[in-house]
Design a protein around this ligand. Structure first.
Ligand code: IPD
Ligand code: CA
Ligand code: CA
Length: 265
C-alpha cells in the first residue's frame, strides 16, 4: 500500500497539536443544533487536514464533518473527524482526538486516531494489525458480559425517547458498568486495546467510526450493527466487541428491542 497510513499519522499529529494548542484559549462556541457544539478548533483542524490531504492525494474524495468535502471517482475516500469529542473539548475534559479513515470502494483500508492529550497514536491497516504508538493491540479476553466494562454514546440531539436509554439501563445492570466518555473514536480504540469489552452507539456518522472499527477488527475484535447484521460504514448504528461477548450482548439488544416493539393483536 502507498504511504496512506504514514501520511495520515503525520497529518493527524499536526491537527492534534493544533487543537491541543488552542484548548486553553477562549474559543467561540457555536451551535449547529441544540447541544451540538462546534468551535474554532474544529474548523481550523478540518481546514488543515483537508489542505494536507488535497496536496498529497489530489485524486481522493474527502468527507469531513464540518463540510469540507471533495468528490472524486478514484474509489478512495477519506472520512475525517477533525475533532471527535467537541463537547469534552469545549468543557476542558481531556478526552478528544483527531480521526481519519480511508475507504476504498466502501471498505475501510486504513485509519488513524490521534489523542493529543496523551500523545497516543492509534493506527490500523487492513490485514496488517492495529497499533498504539507502534505497539501491537489485542482486544480483551473477557468471556462474560457480567465481567465486562462496556461503553456507549449519545448523539448531541438525544431525547428522553432515545432507545439507547433502555440499552444503557439494561447493560448497567448486567455488566461491571458503562462508560460514556464522549469520543466515539476513542471508545473504539479502548475496545481495540482491551479496556472496554464492548461499545455501541445508535447514531454515528462514518467519520466517527471509520478508523475505530478497523482498529477493533485488526485487534481481533468483532464489529456489526446492534441487530447482528454486518457492519455498514454508512449505516447509523455500530456495535464493536472483543468477539467473545458479542453474542451475549446481541441477546440483550434483541430483548430490549422486543420490548419496544408494539404488541401484535
Ligand atoms: C460525538 C462524539 C460522541 C458521540 C456523538 C458524536 P463530535 O462526535 O463521538 O462520543 O456520542 O454521537 O457526535 O460531535 O464530538 O465530533
Ligand atoms: Ca465525532
Ligand atoms: Ca467532530
Amino acid at each position: 500500500m502507498p504511504d496512506f497510513l504514514q501520511s495520515a499519522t503525520e497529518i493527524a499529529r499536526e491537527a492534534g497539536a493544533l487543537i491541543a494548542g488552542l484548548s486553553d484559549q477562549p474559543l467561540e462556541i457555536n451551535y449547529k443544533r441544540r447541544s451540538d457544539l462546534v468551535t474554532e478548533a474544529d474548523r481550523r483542524s478540518e481546514a488543515l487536514i483537508i489542505e494536507r490531504l488535497r496536496a498529497r492525494f489530489p485524486e481522493h474524495a474527502i468527507v469531513a464533518e464540518e463540510g469540507g468535502n471533495h468528490r472524486s471517482s478514484s474509489g478512495y475516500c477519506w472520512y475525517v473527524d477533525p475533532l471527535d469529542g467537541t463537547t469534552n473539548y469545549a468543557h476542558g475534559f481531556p478526552m478528544y482526538c483527531v480521526t481519519m479513515g480511508l475507504a476504498y470502494r466502501g471498505e475501510v483500508i486504513a485509519g488513524v486516531v490521534y489523542d493529543p492529550t496523551r500523545d497516543e497514536m492509534y493506527t490500523a491497516e487492513r490485514g496488517a494489525g492495529a497499533f498504539k504508538n507502534n505497539q501491537r493491540l489485542h482486544v480483551s479476553h473477557t468471556e462474560k458480559l457480567s465481567e465486562s466494562l462496556v461503553a456507549t454514546g449519545f448523539p448531541p440531539f438525544a431525547t428522553n425517547h432515545d432507545l439507547n436509554i433502555q440499552f444503557y439501563f439494561r447493560f448497567t445492570m448486567l455488566s461491571h458498568g458503562i462508560r460514556r466518555a464522549g469520543s466515539a473514536a476513542l471508545d473504539l480504540c479502548c475496545v481495540a486495546t482491551g479496556c472496554f469489552d464492548g461499545f455501541w452507539e445508535l447514531k454515528l456518522n462514518p467519520w466517527d467510526k471509520a478508523a475505530g472499527t478497523l482498529l477493533v477488527t485488526e485487534a481481533g475484535g468483532c464489529v456489526s450493527d446492534v441487530h447482528g447484521n454486518p457492519f455498514n460504514l454508512l449505516g447509523d448504528d455500530v456495535f464493536a466487541s472483543n468477539g467473545l461477548v458479542h453474542g451475549e450482548m446481541l441477546e440483550v439488544f434483541a430483548e430490549v428491542l422486543a420490548q419496544q416493539a408494539p404488541a401484535k393483536s
